[in-house]
Each structure stands twice: as structure tokens, then as C-alpha cells.
Design a protein around this ligand. Structure first.
Ligand code: NAD
Ligand code: 0WE
Length: 264
């Protein structure tokens, strides 16, 4: 029996087979969890339903949710509440900034609108989803997990306003952990190394960044969505019952390095 048997999870953030949220869903299903999903828009619906089917889940439990809409967030939990009497796990694997915010210098690219959108979609949405999920999660050893990136605390070229949004997201995770801890809910983040997902496709220099990780990380490689999924399963299971408010790096060790030299 898997270590997540009897757990019910809602996963927000599947867009393709390469999504980090897909790796998380695969690990959760393998460990015996039941999974409900959301999809951002109708274009992504069929992919999410196919994943639900492939993982042997109830495909009825796939709901539309653009996290910029309060109504859609409310709608997910209204619908899920009719199917499940409680929810153990919420996974938030969502990040977005308008494309023009992620190229060029920081000062040059940042705009008020870019700041607002990136913080709304990438940080506020965690608080909004946690708030809406709370009635279903209370009193049952719950866990909430979000996905962050090291550029929250260290500068990465071109990540720009998303770095600020990830700093806000990590702080949001800690405030939620302090607030929801007394109600039995743990809240954590995984800080993932660079992975080639849709969110990374077309980012100029992304291939170079993956190559850099292969040279400069202690493990001399990038990480996979399977590795991120396994850590997510651990953090959301009772195996991690003493861990909350923590950011766990799954990055082949990259974040510990202050400087690197070529191997040869
Ligand atoms: P992805 O493109 O597969 O997933 C991003 C998800 O965000 C998509 O499912 C998309 O539908 C969703 N999304 C965007 N705007 C939304 C909105 N308004 N409403 C609802 N959903 C919305 O890419 P990914 O790399 O799997 O990203 C998942 C998370 O992991 C993000 O928070 C990202 O910042 C983080 N992360 C990614 C990497 C990486 O290198 N890929 C590294 C560290 C952290
Ligand atoms: O969090 C991310 C991706 C965030 C992201 C990506 C996009 C591309 C498409 C947010 N918004 C958008 N908006 C789009 O229109 N990562 C950690 C992956 C990533 O993105 C980078 C990186 C890394 C790493 C952007 C610049 C520099 C490095």
C-alpha cells in the first residue's frame, strides 16, 4: 500500500505531460492518493482529463479554474464539496508573468501592470486557493504545497519581476503555515531547479541555463519532474508531519554553490 493511501488531493497547474504538476500527480497516484484536477481554460481541459484517466482517477473531478477569477476559485470547491466530504492536499503549481517581463534588463522590462499580473497569478493565487480550500481541509492532517524558484532570493538574469513574485510567494507560504498550523494544516514549498516545461519553452537562453546546471550543480545534471514529484509526495504525506513553512530545494544541489570552475 502506498504512503498516500486514503489521501484526497487537488492539483492545480497541469498544462502538459511535462508540467511539474504532472510529475507530482504521477507520484501521488503511485502512492495511492485520489486526485482531482483543475485546468486553466478549455484549451487545456482535454489534456488534464487524459492525465486523470491515465492515472486511473475519476475524470469527473476535473474543474475549470483561472486563478485570476474569484468566481472560478469558489466554483471549484463548491463542485468538489459535492463529490468529496473533505480535502487533504492542495498543490499550487502556477506561475505567470506577461512575456515581455521576462526579457531584457530588470529596470527596462518592469511595468506596474507586469508587477500586478505576476504577483496576482503567481503569489496571491496561493492565498486565494488556500482560503477557499480551508473549509474542506480543516481537522484532517492537511498539506498545502507550492512551487518556487531560487530567483526568489538570488538574482537570475531575465527572471526579473517573477523573482519578486516568487519572494512574495515564499512569504505567503510562511504566513499560511503560521496561520493554518493550529488547524492541522502544513504549508511548504519546493524550490525546483530549471526543468524544460511549457513555462520554460521559448525563454531565451533556457537551453544555456540547463547546460549551466549540468556543469555547475553538485550532481552535474538537471532534475526531472519525477524527482520533484517524489519530494512533493513526501512533503504532502504524513511522513513529513513535522515539516511546515519550509522551502525544500530539488535542484541537484545548485543553490549551495557560490562559484564554480570548469571541470576540465
Ligand atoms: P507549466 O507551464 O507546465 O505550468 C504552469 C501552470 O500555470 C500551467 O498549468 C498553467 O495553466 C498555469 N497557469 C498560468 N496562469 C494561470 C491562471 N491565470 N490560472 C490558472 N492556472 C494558470 O510549467 P511548470 O514549469 O510546470 O510550472 C509550474 C510551477 O513550477 C510554476 O510556479 C513555476 O514557476 C514553477 N517552477 C518551474 C521551474 C522550471 O524550470 N520549469 C523551476 C522552478 C519552479
Ligand atoms: O517559473 C518559471 C517560469 C515562469 C514563467 C514563464 C513564462 C513563459 C511564458 C512565467 N511566466 C511566463 N509567461 C509566458 O508568457 N521558471 C522557474 C522557469 C524559468 O523561466 C525563466 C527562467 C527560468 C528558470 C525566465 C527567465 C530566466 C530564467
Amino acid at each position: 500500500m502506498g504512503f498516500m493511501a486514503g489521501k484526497r488531493a487537488l492539483i492545480v497547474g497541469v498544462a502538459s505531460d511535462r508540467s511539474i504538476a504532472t510529475g507530482i500527480a504521477e507520484a501521488f497516484a503511485r502512492e495511492g492518493a485520489e486526485i482531482a484536477f483543475t485546468y486553466q481554460n478549455d484549451k487545456l481541459k482535454s489534456r488534464v482529463v487524459k492525465l486523470s484517466e491515465r492515472l486511473g482517477q475519476n475524470t469527473e473531478l476535473c474543474y475549470p479554474c483561472d486563478v485570476s477569477s474569484d468566481d472560478e476559485i469558489t466554483g471549484v470547491f463548491d463542485a468538489l464539496g459535492k463529490q468529496w466530504d473533505g480535502l487533504d492536499i492542495l498543490v499550487h503549481s502556477v506561475g505567470y508573468a506577461p512575456r515581455d517581463q521576462l526579457e531584457g534588463g530588470f529596470t527596462e522590462s518592469i511595468t506596474r501592470e507586469g508587477f500586478q499580473i505576476s504577483h496576482d497569478i503567481s503569489s496571491y493565487s496561493l492565498a486565494a486557493l488556500a482560503k477557499a480550500a480551508l473549509p474542506m481541509m480543516e481537522g484532517r492532517k492537511g498539506a498545502i504545497l507550492t512551487l518556487t524558484y531560487n530567483a526568489a532570493t538570488k538574482v537570475v538574469p531575465n527572471y526579473n519581476v517573477m523573482g519578486l513574485a516568487k519572494a512574495s510567494l515564499e512569504s505567503c507560504m510562511r504566513f499560511l503555515a503560521a496561520d493554518l498550523g493550529p488547524r492541522g494544516i502544513r504549508v511548504n514549498a519546493i524550490s525546483a531547479g530549471a526543468v524544460k516545461t511549457l513555462a520554460a519553452a521559448g525563454i531565451s537562453g533556457f537551453r544555456k541555463m540547463l547546460g549551466y546546471a549540468e556543469k555547475a550543480s553538485p550532481l552535474r545534471r538537471t532534475v526531472t519532474i519525477e524527482e520533484i514529484g517524489n519530494t512533493a509526495a513526501f512533503l504532502c504525506s504524513d511522513l513529513a508531519s513535522g515539516i511546515t513553512g519550509e522551502t525544500t530545494f530539488v535542484d541537484a544541489g545548485s543553490n549551495i554553490m557560490a562559484m564554480t570552475f570548469d571541470d576540465d
